[in-house]
Write a protein that binds this ligand. Structure first.
Ligand code: NAD
Ligand code: TYD
Length: 353
């Protein structure tokens, strides 16, 4: 048996593939365009014969995707590929529309034609799992209930709007064509192989490099953090037992203000890799201009996936964040390699010289 994963060289996709192949013998075809966020080094611990086949392709390349689906006959597709960084979507929304909306549409088309031509039993068993985000629901006030699956879509950034559009296309392909889809909407992930443009890896990287830790606005924006391997276990569970056509919110019941997250990071670093001058990394915190349209609070009500599919995260924030900091300390060579020229250009554009 075989599955196709798109975006498997990115942060969550690579964690998903590593865990998948550690748990099963089922081959994974990894379709990735290798944008700045795609890094095959994330998968270098895999050996020949481990069941990972890499295909360099845009997920929106209908001919390539059709050919590989025909050749490998997957029983399922897990769609991670996307442009994923909110700040980049503010500077340059076009790539987000191109990949997240048009790319997903073209990919759905190729999968639909493949699926339509499968014999009945394979057709019934096939699944298209679309990986999405809680950001499609917009922002919450402090007293709002966390996002449920039936919350209205109210995306506020070009990133979340493009993900919302892709979710709608996936939904429409089920209702119109009967494609057996599943959608997951997860909260903020953290963990190994997280590109150091996002809050947690950026702050670990900057702290160790003696640079400022940039906190947007007042730092009181709330996110609901989940360790990446718990997201991966939830996706496996939804793929295995989710109801066709349903969406599942995934989260760890772990709401935290950004300033608190960075303060915790600093105290773990103070313990595991103290500064030579004995001063806490907290001194490096620096308040900077807020993100335009910055969503104030995200929070997930994970009752549905817990009750219907029996999923629960294995890590608490305390255990997950410690593992993450230790991983970055142990993998400074990985950080060096991804902080390439292209990445430096981004840092200049976003934070100034
Ligand atoms: P990422 O940016 O780290 O990785 C994206 C991957 O997709 C990269 O390997 C990139 O090369 C690839 N890619 C981009 N455009 C492509 C295209 N046109 N064709 C093929 N491959 C392409 O992203 P991530 O953080 O791993 O997120 C993966 C998915 O999970 C995204 O769909 C994102 O919206 C969703 N998600 C992310 C989070 C989070 O906290 N990171 C939370 C919830 C949901
Ligand atoms: P990020 O990791 O970009 O994820 P998202 O925007 O998808 O939630 O940001 C997480 C939070 O941290 C968000 O509220 C923005 C904030 N943030 C900062 O305060 N400083 C930074 O340098 C970055 C990248 C993010």
């Amino acid at each position: 048996m075989t599955i196709v994963v798109t975006g498997g060289a990115g942060f969550i996709g690579s964690n998903f593939i590593l865990d998948w192949l550690a748990l099963s013998n089922e081959v994974v075809i990894n379709v990735d365009k290798l944008t700045y966020a795609g890094n095959l080094e994330n998968l270098q611990s895999l050996k020949d014969g481990d069941g990972h086949i890499f295909v360099l392709s845009d997920m929106g390349d209908f001919a390539n995707i059709s050919e590989l689906l025909k050749a490998h006959r997957p029983r399922a597709v897990v769609n991670f590929a996307a442009e994923s960084h909110v700040d980049r979507s503010i500077h340059g929304p076009a790539a987000f529309i191109e990949t997240n909306v048009v790319g997903t549409f073209r990919f759905l088309e190729a999968v639909r034609f493949y699926w339509n031509n499968l014999p009945n039993a394979e057709k019934q068993a096939f699944r298209f799992l679309h990986v999405s985000t809680d950001e499609v629901y917009g922002t919450l006030t402090p007293s709002d209930h966390p996002f449920r699956e039936d919350n209205r879509y109210e995306p506020n950034s070009p990133y979340s709007a493009s993900k919302a559009a892709s979710d709608h296309l996936v939904r429409a392909y089920h209702h119109t064509y009967g494609l057996p889809v599943l959608t997951t909407n997860c909260s903020n992930n953290y963990g190994p192989y997280h590109f150091p443009e996002k809050l947690i890896p950026l702050c670990i990287h900057n702290a160790l490099a003696g640079k400022p830790l940039p906190i947007y606005g007042d730092g009181q924006q709330i996110r609901d953090w989940l360790y990446v391997k718990d997201h991966c276990s939830a996706i496996r569970r939804v793929l295995e037992a989710g109801q066709i056509g349903e969406a599942y919110n995934i989260g760890g019941w772990n709401e935290m203000a950004n300033l608190e997250v960075v303060t915790i990071l600093c105290s773990i670093l103070d313990e595991l890799s103290p500064r030579q001058d004995g001063v806490s990394y907290i001194e490096q915190i620096s308040f900077v201009k807020d993100r335009p349209g910055h969503d104030r609070r995200y929070a997930i009500d994970a009752t549905k996936i817990e009750r219907e599919l029996g999923w629960k995260p294995a890590e608490t924030f305390n255990t997950g964040i410690r593992k993450t900091v230790q991983w970055y300390l142990d993998h400074q060579d990985w950080v060096e390699n991804v902080t390439s020229g292209a990445y430096q250009n981004w840092v200049g554009k976003q934070y100034g010289a």
